[in-house]
Design a protein around this ligand. Structure first.
Ligand code: TXA
Ligand code: MG
Length: 349
């Protein structure tokens, strides 16, 4: 025992108070599940990013998530289920017979798709930021599903970063941001998808894309037909957490196509987040010099770029840059999700 279970995991100052345990160890899963049942928040891996999870049916436990992250209470949490069958515990019966829900769950769960559906009273208002809908998904990660199953309750979890900062795709990203604030991190290695789930609102009069993410819009439309892409201000009113500024490293981020790469100002430490090797070569020819360079995918592949995005931003963040030049991807497939995160990282705080 190292200090025992600090019930509620108050905000301890000592980063060493946070233990990292292997997610494939059944004893670690059992301990994490016990902490969840005791009302504590623990960090765990999913296929998208690491989550900071707590019992979704316990308002006090859910409130701790907001406290630990420094997250505003108007930003709703996603509820994670071990199995699609558990949907009945958190959404209204009418959602269970919605043909779009059945078709999307069948095709994409477990996986990086969050459905926003009418909630049951059992889901506390703090989880949904007072909305009468709840975002739900079944993550495609062994450790996440084992944890939820062992806890025996749905788990509410945002990404396990300080509010507004870069999302974590490795256990050590979580430790750097939340070390000392949580008791336990389950380590599941690097996240396979690397960007958060796609968030889809299924309203009676149609489906609306609230956040592009790990499930491509094109694949969703192939199952349920056309999906509405709202204007930025509309998306923000439908999905309160969609802050303009988010995913922000310490350095200023600017977006620029390779041919428009800026030159470093005198004394400025400029970094480059290139979409491809070709993009890197052009940017280095017309701009720079760059103090640090990350290439998201040698060939500019959007799936690979998404998987590496946050890790690359964390690495650039660690070498003390003044400004990072980021290259957008073509606006299709996972490129939409990558560009969305880059635009928010570049938005002024
Ligand atoms: O991949 C993911 O979705 C990760 C992993 C941990 O599962 N989670 C995640 O959570 O990205 P978070 O809290 O960083 O983003 C959740 C976003 C909210 O900010 C909001 O935009 C949207 O999902 N959301 C959740 N519930 C909603 C609701 N009832 N209505 C509208 N938007 C909702
Ligand atoms: Mg987040």
């Amino acid at each position: 025992m190292t200090g025992g279970h600090r019930r509620g995991g108050g905000l301890t100052a000592d980063p060493a108070a946070t233990r990292i345990l292997p997610g494939d160890d059944p004893a670690a899963i059992a301990e994490a599940a016990a902490r969840i049942r005791a009302g504590e928040a623990v960090a765990f891996p999913t296929e998208t990013v690491y989550g900071l999870g707590a019992n979704a049916l316990d308002p006090v436990a859910a409130a701790r998530i907001f406290e630990i992250k420094g997250r505003p209470a108007f930003d709703p949490l996603i509820v994670h289920l071990a199995d699609p069958a558990a949907l009945a515990e958190v959404v209204q019966p009418e959602a269970l017979v919605d043909r779009r829900v059945r078709a999307l769950a069948e095709r994409f769960w477990p996986g990086p798709l969050t459905l926003v559906l009418p909630k049951r009273d059992a889901v506390p208002g703090i989880v949904t930021a007072g909305l009468d809908t709840v975002g739900v998904r079944v993550p495609d990660h062994r450790v996440a599903r084992a944890l939820i199953a062992a806890a025996g309750v749905p788990i509410a979890a945002p990404s396990a970063n300080r509010f507004g900062r870069v999302s974590p795709t490795r256990a050590d990203h979580v430790a750097r941001q939340l070390g000392g604030r949580i008791g336990l991190i389950l380590d599941g290695g690097p996240c396979r998808v690397g960007v958060e789930s796609t968030v889809l609102l299924l309203a009676a009069d149609g489906a609306v894309l609230l956040r592009p993410g790990g499930t491509p819009l094109e694949a969703i439309e192939a199952v349920i037909g056309p999906v509405t892409i709202p204007a930025e201000h509309e998306a923000r009113s439908l999905s309160p957490g969609r802050a303009a500024s988010h995913y922000a490293p310490r350095a200023t981020v600017v977006l620029a196509a390779p041919e428009a790469a800026p030159r470093a100002k005198a004394g400025e430490r400029l970094g480059l987040l290139a979409a491809s090797e070709a993009g890197r070569r052009v940017a280095e020819a017309v701009g720079g010099p760059f103090a640090a360079v990350e290439v998201l995918s040698a060939t500019g592949d959007a799936v690979e770029a998404a998987a590496r995005l946050f890790d690359a931003l964390h690495r650039l963040d660690a070498v003390d840059l003044d400004r990072i030049v980021a290259q957008p991807l073509p606006e299709a497939g996972l490129g939409r999700a990558v560009n969305d995160r880059l635009r928010r990282a570049a938005a002024r705080r």
